[in-house]
Design a protein around this ligand. Structure first.
Ligand code: NAD
Length: 490
């Protein structure tokens, strides 16, 4: 018998294949990052489970692709309504699984997941294709777009449901069927979503979710000959493996990868707004956002003032229990990740940098039950050389480096001086400069005097090692469909 001090039984997830929950023989542990305790067991799926999911998706494809966009849109809107109706259950699960605060999951992750379905349910109704006439040849030409087939979707742990639905929604709106594999570290909200699919009217086999690790379940999906398209969000290292693995099959790939994003702060910037926003852009979601700022270049004449204000604001950015409404940040995803992020701070220190606040400087005041969680305070570093690994590699935690610059050319060159090219921010009141610098920066997404303002109609993706392809709006439509040119002689 359980007494009141005992933990609730562990949640054991099942795969969702062909519209049914299907048990798996083996499992991996999933941790609550805020306590360090195992809270869930996730199927350790492999080839067998992936093959079954692909078969179910193939079987569902003819009927689903034959539905009208309006029929599919109605179902996706219903699914969005059901997420809204169950919002608190999703919020609690996302926070427990990922470590982020309840407030963050409630205001960002879950509403955006519902919106992903609404957005693509609406946009799929309004896409147009091309048409042209060749008078000299007496031909009318036009294009049609057709769904590709079974889409393989692989997502990371930082925005578990948000990024998974960013893939599922456009894929199924365009008439594909899918096999999705969320991160093994954050699978619970995807499993909760499966419970709503039938109620929303998603036919069996249209959305299949296979849980498990990258090297087993992910690899089996990427290597499956009947999955012609892979949409992947995750690290650049994994993307390389996926590219190699899928090359013999000539698959269509969309790769949304890591970043090492600069902020360029010019002397004429609105400093208050810049500091307030750059604190968010550096530390939002524990710094576990691919778009987070991790290198801040500040024009020398305002460098000292910026640094003072920025460090003061970072000290106020509270890291604490995810359930505490006053916490700005919760816990990092895992012990290994926490150690990796800390190791970058140690490396900076060993190279002679100054740690102004955060790791090793400020103590966290955590409730008893969170003392074994993976928490780390907002950390600001200066005095790191551009060539250091700290300035070159993605840290993906609440750590940012600040450095002065003297000229616009220097700022742009240093901003571009990494192998990544995902996002950048530019702070200046000079309209001419803002346009000039934005054009010169090597990044797929550039924000000026703001950060993370997302218009889903715009292409999203990275340059250089930050990605291949774009998703969002028309780009998702193009990626999740194949175009055919048809010529008719009259
Ligand atoms: P990861 O690459 O370790 O894992 C991502 C997903 O790939 C997981 O589901 C994982 O199980 C799977 N995977 C791992 N190995 C695989 C393999 N060999 N074959 C197939 N699948 C495999 O990334 P992560 O640590 O989960 O996420 C953090 C990374 O994601 C960071 O680099 C971050 O910048 C990036 N990210 C990018 C974006 C973007 O839109 N550009 C958004 C969020 C996160």
């Amino acid at each position: 018998m359980q007494n009141s001090s005992e933990q609730p039984p562990l949640l054991v997830l099942e795969n969702f294949i062909g519209g049914k929950f299907t048990p798996c023989r083996s499992h991996v542990d999933s941790y609550d990052p805020s306590t360090g305790e195992v809270h869930c067991r996730v199927p350790d799926s492999g080839k067998e489970e992936v093959d079954a999911a692909v078969d179910a998706a193939k079987e569902a494809f003819p009927d689903w692709s034959a539905c009208s966009p309006q029929q599919r849109a109605d179902i996706l809107n219903k699914l969005a309504d059901l997420i809204d109706a169950n919002v608190e259950e999703f919020v609690r699960a996302e926070s427990k699984d990922q470590g982020k605060t309840l407030t963050f999951a409630r205001t960002v992750d879950i509403p955006r997941s519902a919106y992903n379905f609404r957005y693509f349910a609406s946009s799929v109704l309004y896409h147009t294709t091309d048409c042209s006439q060749m008078e000299h040849a007496g031909c009318l030409n036009y294009t049609v777009r057709c769904p590709v087939g079974v889409a393989g979707l692989i997502s990371p742990w930082n925005f578990p449901l948000y990024l998974l639905t960013w893939k599922i929604a456009p894929a199924v709106a365009m008439g594909n069927t899918v096999v999705a594999k969320p991160s093994e570290m954050t699978s619970v909200t995807a499993w909760l979503l499966c419970k709503l699919l039938q109620e929303a009217g998603v036919p069996p086999g249209v959305v299949n979710i296979v849980f498990g690790t990258g090297p087993r379940a992910g690899d089996a999906l990427v290597g499956h000959p009947d999955v012609p398209l892979i949409s992947f969000t995750g690290s650049t290292a994994t993307a390389r493996r996926i590219t190699e693995r899928s090359a013999p099959f000539c698959k269509k790939l969309s790769l949304e990868l890591g970043g090492k994003n600069p902020a360029l702060v010019f002397a004429d910037a609105d400093l208050e707004r810049c500091v307030e926003t750059t604190i968010r852009s550096s530390f939002y979601n524990q710094g576990e956002v691919c778009l987070c700022t991790s290198r801040i270049y500040v024009e020398r004449s305002i460098y000292a003032e910026f640094l003072e204000k920025f460090v003061a604001a970072a000290r106020k950015w509270k890291t604490g229990a995810p359930s505490d409404p006053s916490s700005d940040n919760g816990a990092l995803i895992s012990k290994e990740h926490l150690e990796k992020v800390r190791s970058f701070v140690a490396l900076a220190k060993s190279e002679g940098a100054t740690i102004h606040c955060g790791e090793g400087v400020d103590q966290l005041d955590l409730p008893e039950r969170n003392r074994s969680g993976y928490f780390m305070p907002a950390t600001v570093i200066s005095g790191v050389a551009d060539g250091s690994r700290v300035m070159q590699e993605e840290i993906f935690g609440p750590v940012t480096c600040v450095s002065p610059f003297d000229t616009e050319d220097e700022a742009v060159a240093r901003g571009n001086g990494v192998r990544y090219g995902l996002s950048a921010t530019v702070w200046s009141r000079d309209v001419g400069r803002v346009h000039r610098v934005a054009q010169r920066l090597q990044a797929g997404v550039i924000w000026t005097n703001c950060w993370l303002v997302r218009d889903l109609n715009l292409p999203f993706g990275g340059l250089k090692s930050s990605g291949v392809g774009r998703e969002g709006g028309k780009d998702s439509y193009h990626f999740f469909t194949e175009v055919k040119s048809i010529t008719i002689k009259h």
